[in-house]
Structure formats: C-alpha cells, structure tokens
Design a protein around this ligand. Sequence first.
Ligand code: SF4
Ligand code: SF4
Ligand code: SF4
Length: 287
Amino acid sequence: MADKVRLGLIQLCGCSGCHISLLDLHEQLLDVLPNLEIVYAPIIADVKEIPECDVFLIEGGARNEHDEHLIHEIREKSKVVIAWGTCAVYGGIPGLGNLYSAEQLKKTVYGTETTDNVGELPSDEMVPPLTNSVMPVPSIVDVEYVIPGCPPRPEINAGAIVALLEGRDPELPKKIVCDECPRTKENVIPETFKRTFEGTPDPEKCLFEQGYTCVGMGTRAGCGALCPSAGVPCRGCYGKTDEVLDQGSSLANTYAAAGDEALKISDKSALFNRFTLPAALISKKQE
Ligand code: SF4
Ligand code: SF4
Ligand code: SF4
C-alpha cells in the first residue's frame, strides 16, 4: 500500500455512531493520521464526487436506491472496501424494518399524527425511492473485510486501520460475549423469562440463567461484555460468530432448552435477530 493511504468514509443507512467511535480514539488518532489522506468523508467535508480510494469504510447498509448506487460506485473506485459497523455488515437496527413492506413504512412514518403534513407521502423526486428491504453492504458488492459492532469499539477500529497500514489482514475476535463476561454460569435453565429491567439481577450470576433475555451466548466478542458487566442483557450487537451461519437460529437453539417458557417470549425475531435480520437465513417478511 502507498505511503499515504487514501481513505474514504461514508454514512448510508446508519446513525453516524461508527464515525463517532472512530473519533473516540482521541489522541490515538494522531498516531495513524499522518499515514492517511482522508479524500472523501461527507460527515466532515463537502466533496461531491467519490474519488479513487485505497480503503473505503462504509457505515450503514442500503435503504434506498441512492444508497445502493453509491455502494456500487464505491466498489468500483476502491481497492479495499470495508463494511464498517453492524448496520453495514448485517443491516443493524434499521434492518428490523424488513418486518414491514416499504409501503407500510412510508405510510407509518409520513402518515401518523406525530409528523407534519399528515398523509402526504414524499414523491420519488423528493427523496430516493426506498428499496424493498434494508440490504447489508456484503449482499450488494464483495467486500474485503467486515468490522461488526454497534458501534465497533474504538480500539477495534484502530486495530483494523493499523493492520491495513502494516499490510496485515484485520482480525476479528473468534469468541463469544460470554467468554468475556465476568458473570458466573451454573448451567441452570431459566424457569421463566423476565423483562429487561424487571427486578434487580444478582450482580455475580449469569443474566440468562436468572431469566433475563441475554444473547451473549450467540454474539461475537469484542466489546468486553459491556452490557452484562453493567447489569444489562447483551442485545447481540456484534452479530454472529464465524462458527454459525445465522445468529438468530443459534440463539433460538439455546433458548429452546427453556421449552414452553421460551415460546412465551414476545417478539422473538427482534430478540434473536435484533441487529442481523437482513443477513438472517429468514430475512424478510413475506407478504
Ligand atoms: S452500527 Fe450502530 S453505531 Fe454504527 S451506524 Fe449502525 S446504529 Fe449507528
Ligand atoms: S450474562 Fe449473558 S453474556 Fe454473561 S455469561 Fe450470561 S449469557 Fe453470557
Ligand atoms: S454486550 Fe452485547 S449488546 Fe452490549 S455492546 Fe457487547 S455485543 Fe453489543
């Protein structure tokens, strides 16, 4: 790779949180910036044309035809494309929109009483037409690397950038969140499931075994078990591990051990595929 790496960044169907996570490197950024030339980043500078890039970080998947077009253009103009953050890799939270049709979403967003101009749907001339579903970047073009996480922790971003600068492949953690979690497992199957903030969990014991809907057992490590360490069940934001095809199916398998109690959990699609529905084996509600 050339001395100065020409870097592009873009936010598509994401929230900018992955960009903020990069800024959260603080002074560590100063170590890598001299080796980078940021040639395209709409979040910090208004550049109309996407230039040729060595590395392009795409935050967010595609929710409309313009996003899809940009992803193809970035692929054509970049040597290395990275699907950056869970929205880009798996669809992320916006991917739960795939439980509804594009028409249903438009009617809800523009036709409810919480918005201005109730009932007035924007025309395709006003906003780019929605695609039928949220599509993760790797489902549209080939990418060299993926960096999951919502957002990926700053040190994961730093590790990936440094690896690329040194000509190495960025590596992702192979383990699951449970492997990083300080809580103790006693191989107990929950008798019933609780709501996330129901009662006060034992601070030492596994949240799942206490009946909280933690999904750390089916989620890639890397965050340091941030949520269960703070008493909050893991929501699965780093997606699946390399060992399984589908995060939702592997979690459903674990929860099935609780028998009928697991069947009573409401909104299981959002529990098992909260961040990964567009990349799931069953990814789109059929009309
Ligand atoms: S992965 Fe998370 S932080 Fe990044 S764009 Fe999506 S919602 Fe935002
Ligand atoms: S609390 Fe969650 S992440 Fe921690 S060990 Fe239990 S299932 Fe795994
Ligand atoms: S504990 Fe789970 S939901 Fe929380 S940051 Fe880690 S992977 Fe994401």
